[in-house]
Design a protein around this ligand. Structure first.
Ligand SMILES: *[C@@H]1O[C@H](CO)[C@@H](O)[C@H](O)[C@H]1NC(C)=O
Length: 257
């Protein structure tokens, strides 16, 4: 074997090993939904004191469905700003190119929901997961799920988790989802057919793909992004969306998205 051939074989082997090192299901592509920390189809309500890190979009409803943000329209007409949002707020009737960007992002969010929900492996689990340490993987429930006490997701920085839930997801007041071993919120997907409720002062981790609505309680912290096919209610909550693109408040939307 020539040196070149053996080097190529060595590289191929390394590639196989490193792809095998990421535990858990294939990541769910979010498409252009990734440009938003929050994306919903019917609105977002908030109260003063909430803090969103990233862009907020609603479509097909207009920016009028973003309530409690005290929005200020940018001179371009393409987006709005709010002291609660570290990024842009956008609705379906803002100036071009915002409507088209939102239409595509909403379609990408719907596709991501369907992809994540149709993943077919399953671990049969009980509906209450308080206290559990969960390794990377796909977890499926045909019931609702209550996170009653702290849970821990233990895995590396490229490991993935998908939690498929056919009914509601409820995280109790003051309960934390803890990430250890280098696990990151962006690699965790909660795909939920029913309402997602995160209790007051709770700490939630992972991206939410909700078929209906999401409620984030008072002073709760959400480390992931929120994609809801109906509405989101934020109660003085913090949404960090760690992997999101943050449009600078002064930039026009097409330059930054
Ligand atoms: C839940 O996790 C948080 C953060 O790690 C910790 O401060 C708190 O004590 C935990 N609660 C319980 C009941 O273990």
């Amino acid at each position: 074997m020539t040196n070149v051939t053996s080097n190529i074989l060595r590289l191929m082997l390394l590639a196989v090993i490193s792809s095998a090192l990421a535990a858990g299901p294939a990541p769910v592509p979010l498409g252009t939904a990734k440009n938003f920390a929050i994306l919903t189809e019917t609105g977002v309500s908030t109260v003063p004191g909430s803090a969103v890190s990233g862009n907020v979009g609603v479509s097909p409803v207009t920016a009028a469905a973003l309530t409690g943000f005290s929005l200020v329209q940018d001179i371009s007409g393409q987006f709005w700003t709010s002291t609660q949002i570290d990024g842009h707020a956008m609705g379906a009737t803002d100036a071009i190119p915002t409507p088209a960007l939102l239409t595509v992002a909403i379609l990408d969010m719907q596709t991501a929901y369907t992809d994540a929900m149709s993943n077919s492996l399953s671990n049969a689990l009980q509906g209450v997961i308080g206290g559990s340490i969960l390794a990377p993987g796909l977890y499926k429930w045909t019931t609702g799920v209550t996170i009653s006490t702290n849970i821990t997701l233990d895995g590396g920085a490229s490991d993935t988790w998908i939690f498929q839930i056919s009914e509601t997801l409820t995280q109790a007041v003051n309960v934390h989802i803890n990430l250890i071993g280098g696990a990151v919120s962006q690699n965790v997907i909660w795909v939920v057919a029913g309402t997602v409720s995160v209790g007051a002062t709770a700490v939630f981790q992972g991206n939410i793909l909700a078929q209906t609505n999401v409620v984030i309680g008072t002073q709760a912290i959400d480390g992931g992004c929120i994609y809801a096919q109906t509405e989101l209610a934020l109660g003085m909550a913090t949404v960090l969306c760690s992997g999101a693109i943050h449009s600078a408040k002064s930039a026009v939307v097409n330059a930054r998205l």
